[in-house]
Ligand binder design. Structure first.
Ligand code: NAP
Length: 287
């Protein structure tokens, strides 16, 4: 059997390493392949998924939204987010789309940071695909307050409106505000939150802003759990500053491994060997 990673580019992905290790450990005869897919070949990649020897796929940048139109059924949360990262070819040949980033983030918070989102004040930086998965996790786990802090707050508000329209987040105070260094509102939200999540690429290796922070380090409190969805480098400027100020930190590796584990479980129906997957992911990143 085969599973593909559909994205462009995909050659630096570490998913094949930990997913293949998981298939092998469970004795499942499956190959995890890189399906490098330029935008004009998305339809072709989707057609491959319908072959009887295909278990499904992961979907990554830039096709998480585009692939929605090639699946037959979409899970409700993925629909609200407007993006899928996992496709399962079911026994009846139907293609089902999911967003396991939601579960990946929730499991990382519970199992790796040993806390929960429930009743917390959460600030999410950014309003792209990953931010929306964090928003979905936060609303599902009934945070007390959710603030999206984004450079385009009007479009972030549309994200919240879409979740509300679909019935997510009753009882949770949520709002979108501007991500600005000179805004007292931004400062207050970041200073007062229990959990802060960077869902922008700022701080990522190779990104133009890889040495940057989006706001002054003085706003970070030692009482805040500071999460960065970036896993390379393992300690971004944000996490380094948070640590220096005595805060607990969590990088993006647990979410990556947990979203992969959730996808594996959907393809195979078996529990994922999560510790093995985590070890392989860390080895692949040189950790
Ligand atoms: P995306 O859809 O492109 O969204 C990126 C968001 O960051 C957008 O809201 C964008 O704002 C904002 N942004 C970009 N540069 C910015 C800057 N200089 N200042 C302020 N905001 C900025 O990307 P994504 O898929 O959500 O990914 C975001 C990050 O999460 C990436 O680093 C990715 O590697 C990571 N990620 C990790 C995992 C994991 O499993 N650990 C999973 C998914 C993603 P605009 O909308 O205004 O452009």
């Amino acid at each position: 059997m085969r599973v593909g990673l559909i994205g462009y580019p995909v050659k630096h992905s570490i998913s094949p390493i930990f997913q293949q290790a998981a298939f092998d450990a469970l004795g499942i005869d499956a190959r995890y392949e890189l399906w490098e897919t330029p935008p004009e070949q998305v339809a072709e990649a989707a057609a491959l998924l319908r072959q009887p020897d295909c278990l499904g796929a992961n979907v990554t940048i830039p096709h998480k939204q585009a692939m929605l139109r090639y699946v037959d059924v979409v899970d409700g949360t993925a629909e609200a987010i407007g993006a899928i990262n996992t496709i399962v070819r079911r026994a009846d040949g139907c293609l089902a789309g999911f967003n396991t980033d939601v579960e990946g983030f929730a499991r990382a918070i519970q199992e790796d940071a040993a806390t929960t989102l429930r009743s917390k004040r959460v600030v999410v930086l950014g309003s792209g695909g990953a931010a929306r998965a964090v928003v979905a996790s936060s609303l599902a786990d009934r945070v007390a307050e959710l603030v999206i802090c984004a450079r385009r707050p009007a479009s972030a508000q549309l994200v919240l409106d879409e979740f509300a329209r679909r019935g997510f987040g009753a009882g949770c105070r949520s709002r979108a505000i501007a991500l600005r260094r000179d805004s007292p509102e931004t400062e207050r939200a970041i200073r007062e939150c229990n959990i802060l999540v960077n869902a922008t690429p700022v701080g990522m290796a190779g990104h133009s802003d890889d040495e940057e922070m989006l706001f002054p380090a003085e706003w970070l409190s030692s009482n805040t759990l500071v999460c960065d969805l970036i896993y390379n480098p393992p300690l971004t400027p944000l996490l380094r500053a948070a640590r220096q100020r005595g805060a607990r930190v969590l990088n993006g590796l647990p979410m990556l491994v947990n979203q992969g584990a959730a996808a594996f479980e959907r393809w195979t129906g078996h529990s994922a060997p999560i510790e093995l997957m985590r070890r392989k992911a860390m080895e692949a990143l040189g950790g």
